[in-house]
Design a protein around this ligand. Structure first.
Ligand code: 5GP
Ligand code: MG
Length: 178
């Protein structure tokens, strides 16, 4: 099994790029059917979702716009339980379908926090598309409309996800070895 080192930690390959690609195709197929007449505003949640959002957007064939928010809740290998908003949303979303693009839903705190914030601006609908979901870690009752892959409750890096800033450029996903 391929291993890599980032800072002080070792990681082993867990999701190869080919599996990520397959999951993206499946998500996009469903989205292309369900959202084709919605003219949604897609919202990429930075930093982690930049790679997922870029690859997913290339598979989407309905009219849509994309914007970006920057949130942070993780430090090192764990959630702080608090969400810091580093860049906010400029677009009007009243009456509009919004699709949140998230790299991973872990505790669910980030996505719930953002959904509550957007709800006050009266969107028509807020949908969530997440590449990865950790069902065992999730403490919030959030509806996930499009999920790429369900994964165990372990810390991962790669494909946009980092360990203290490093590893975002990796095309595959790796799990920490303890
Ligand atoms: P939540 O608020 O659901 O606990 O986590 C949301 C954010 O924490 C994700 O968008 C992601 O940026 C980060 N995160 C959650 N799990 C992991 C993980 O296993 N690895 C990395 N690198 N980040 C994670
Ligand atoms: Mg994220």
């Amino acid at each position: 099994m391929k291993r890599i080192q980032l800072l002080d930690k070792q990681f082993a390959l867990s999701i190869p790029a080919s599996d990520i690609k397959k999951a993206l195709w499946e998500m996009a197929e469903k989205m292309n059917k369900e959202l084709k007449d919605q003219n949604p505003l897609m919202i990429c949640i930075l930093n982690g979702s930049f790679m997922f959002s870029a690859d997913l957007m290339k598979l989407i064939d309905f009219p849509c716009e994309i914007s970006f928010v920057k949130l942070a809740s993780y430090e090192g290998m764990g959630s702080t339980g608090k969400v810091k908003q580093l860049i906010g949303l400029n677009e009007e979303i009243e009456g509009r379908t919004v699709v949140l693009l998230e790299d991973i839903v872990d505790t669910g705190v980030t996505i719930e926090n953002l959904m509550n914030q957007l709800d006050s601006q009266k969107p028509k609908d807020v949908k969530v598309a997440t590449l990865l979901f950790k069902p065992e870690a999730c403490k919030k009752n959030v509806k996930l409309d499009y999920v790429g892959l369900e994964i165990p409750n372990d810390f991962i890096v790669g494909y946009g996800l980092d360990y203290d800033g490093y590893g975002r450029n990796l095309p595959d996903i790796y799990t920490v070895i303890d």
